[in-house]
Design a protein around this ligand. Structure first.
Ligand code: ARG
Length: 415
């Protein structure tokens, strides 16, 4: 009996070829593991295909709930957006996949795990770092990083070995999907000047084709977790699925990002993430109402840290644990409802309410009932501006160019 390897199997060309390639090169029995994180696939067909192309065993794990509970929603609570744009869909799914691959490898007595990542992307980093953290004794095989075949050579290899080449190979795009979003790269998208053609989008209508009437949606949060959609209580997976559908119909959630990969490459990435973008927007609106200014300022810095850490494959670090504890603690009063308006590619927050709201009408109003003591502002401004006033008297007003240079307009020299 040969040793075994657990391969993360998608059913696509690369991982199908990998089954055969690993058998030849490493003389290992391949256990194909397909993980459902909300990628729209026919998983029984994927399973059958794994066996057909030579896997000794093919497993499918439905990991949607785990993904939402431990990855997507914590990232939402953190408001994590990589470089301010990308809600980290793929990046969040990788550590979960790594964990399930490791669990499967240990349960099956395998000595190695394998994945279909190339040597140019972030996903190889996320898988390798996570597997090494969880099970340092498992060997990692990355066929597409090792085999050095071009796309054409991979197809030729498949044909030689009777591996069915899916028609979708004619699609020039590399696509990855999970509940938190869909990533599309390659093909014409590699030219950053070219507008993404319509055929890259499958989750979102083009805004021009979106309904001519706006639609309102209300999202209810409890401690930073979305729990209702238009008043209806939903589990996380259903809520995200329904919101993907709804916001996608209105063309919301398209992202065109020149992104900095960890391996030093800038790449052009297109994403569709209707639910993730609407939820982050709504969550931020509720935080604006329930967190203090200082909490908001500090949390924005934490959000950048969280996003970088997830993007860079460091999910299983203790820093992640520490930051998560902070984020969780910050969500104690982030409960309430946000109303958004979806219309032709845009989503706007048009209402929010919370029992823990720090918005105080009697302080904010310009109408009757104003309780704000305007006379107190005079003393406050006196002290607030004191250092500026003193410094101006000593340093600014005496200096001929001072006031102007602060405005950035230096008179041209004569001569
Ligand atoms: N650039 C994104 C990331 O690094 C998406 C990667 C998509 N992966 C893929 N195999 N198409 O998270």
């Amino acid at each position: 009996m040969s040793d075994k390897v657990v391969l993360a199997y998608s059913g696509g060309l690369d991982t199908s070829v990998a089954v055969q390639w690993i058998k030849e090169k490493y003389k290992l029995d391949v256990i194909a593991l397909t993980i459902d994180v909300g990628n729209e696939r026919d998983f029984s067909a994927v399973r059958q295909k794994a066996l057909k192309v030579g896997a000794v065993k093919a497993l499918v794990i439905d990991a949607k709930e785990l993904f939402v509970k431990y990855f997507a929603f914590p990232a939402l609570q953190a408001d994590a957006l990589y470089e301010g744009q990308y809600p980290l869909a793929t990046a969040l799914s990788r550590p979960l996949m790594a964990k399930l691959m490791v669990d499967t490898a240990l349960a099956e007595g395998a000595t190695a795990i394998a994945h279909g990542c190339t040597g140019k992307g972030n996903d190889q980093v996320r898988f390798d770092v996570s597997v090494n953290a969880l099970a340092p004794d498992l060997k990692i095989i990355a066929p597409a990083r090792e085999w050095g075949m071009t796309r054409e050579e991979t197809i030729a290899y498949a044909q030689e070995h009777n591996i069915p080449v899916p028609i979708t190979v004619s699609s020039p795009y590399s696509i990855d999907e999970c509940l938190w979003g869909r990533a599309i790269e390659c093909g014409v998208l590699e030219d950053p000047w070219v507008e993404p053609p319509d055929d890259v989008f499958t989750w979102t209508n083009s805004p021009a084709q979106a309904p001519d009437k706006p639609q309102y949606v209300e999202i209810g949060f409890e401690k930073g977790i979305p729990v209702t959609l238009d008043g209806q209580k939903l589990d996380g997976v259903s809520l995200i699925e329904q919101l993907n559908e709804l916001a996608g119909k209105h063309g919301v959630g398209r992202i065109d990002h020149i992104e900095d990969r960890l391996v030093g490459i800038k790449s052009r990435e297109i994403y569709e993430a209707p639910a993730a973008m609407v939820l982050i927007q709504a969550h931020q609106a509720l935080e604006a109402m329930t967190l203090s200014k200082d909490q908001l300022r500090f949390k924005q810095k934490v959000a950048v840290e969280c996003a970088d850490l997830v993007y860079n494959g460091l999910w299983f670090s203790q820093l992640n644990r520490d930051l998560s504890a902070y984020v969780l603690s910050s969500q104690r009063y982030v409960s309430g409802t946000v109303r958004l308006k979806l219309f032709k590619g845009s989503s706007s927050v048009v209402g929010r309410k919370s029992l823990h709201s720090l918005y105080n009408l009697s302080l904010a109003t310009y109408d009757k009932g104003d309780q704000f003591d305007q006379s107190a502002s005079v003393g406050f401004i006196h002290l607030w501006g004191l250092p500026v006033k003193i410094q101006a008297q000593v340093q600014l007003l005496g200096d001929k160019e001072g006031p102007l240079s602060i405005m950035g307009t230096k008179e041209p020299e004569e001569g």
